[in-house]
Design a protein around this ligand. Sequence first.
Ligand SMILES: [Zn+2]
Ligand SMILES: [Zn+2]
Length: 257
Amino acid sequence: MSKVTFLGTGASTAVPVINCRCTTCRSDSRYNKRLRPSVLIEKNRKKILIDVGPDIRMQAVRYKIKKIDVLILTHAHFDHIAGLDDLRIFNRIQEKPIRCYLLKETFKEIKIKFDHFFKRNLKHHTQGAKFDFHVLDGKKQNFRFEDMSFEYFSYFQDSKKVLGVRVDDFAYITDIKRYDEKIFKKLMNLDVLVLSALRHQKSDVHFNIKEAIEFIKIVKPKKAYLTHLGHEIEYLRDSKKLLKNVFLAYDGLEIKF
Ligand SMILES: [Zn+2]
Ligand SMILES: [Zn+2]
C-alpha cells in the first residue's frame, strides 16, 4: 500500500492571499488554509516529493519529513521550484545529492534560475543544495528508481511544457491547460487522479473547475482530487458542487492507493 500526503493545495499565491479580505481568506477552517502545491508519496519506505515551492521548509517541519529519496519537478514556475535551495538540509542528513527527475525544458530554466547550483568551483559560491539531475527527454515514457517505476507524460500551461506522472494507479497532473488527447491513454484505470483546478472562472493558464470535471469524466478514475486551488474556492461551499467521486484536496489530506 502506498500513501500520498498533500503538503500544499494552494495556487501560486497560497491561501490566505496577502491582505485579502474575501470569505475564503478570512475563514478559520483548516480546509481553507493552502500552502503552495506539493505532494509526498510514500511507497516501499521510499519518499518521493513532487514539486518544491516556497513553503517547503514549513511543510517539511509540519509533516516531519525525514528524507527525500526522489524529487520530481513538474515545471519551473516559482510556486513549484522556489524551495529547491531549502532541500540542502536533506543533503546533510542523507550525505548525498537528491535524485531529481525533470523535463529537459525545466532543466534549462533551472540552470538559469539557480545558476549557483552549477558554479561550485567559483570562489564565492553559496551553499546551494545538491542534486543528481536526471533529465527526461521524452524518448522513453518512464523512469525507474530502485524497484519503483514511474510513467511520465507532458502537457501545456500556455507555452510551458509541464510534466505529469503516474505511479501504479495514482497520477498527479498540475498546471494543465492544453493537452494532446494521447494523454488519456496514460490515465486509464486509475484509482486516484490528482488534477489542478484554479477557480470557477476561466483562466488562460489553468483548468477551471468545469474543465477539470470534463477531463475527469473522460479519464474516469475511481476518485479524483482537485488541487492548486485559488482563494475563489471556499472548501465547504464548493465541495458540494462536485461529482460524487470528486473532492477538493486540502493541506494534510492523506490518501492510500
Ligand atoms: Zn482572498
Ligand atoms: Zn502552479
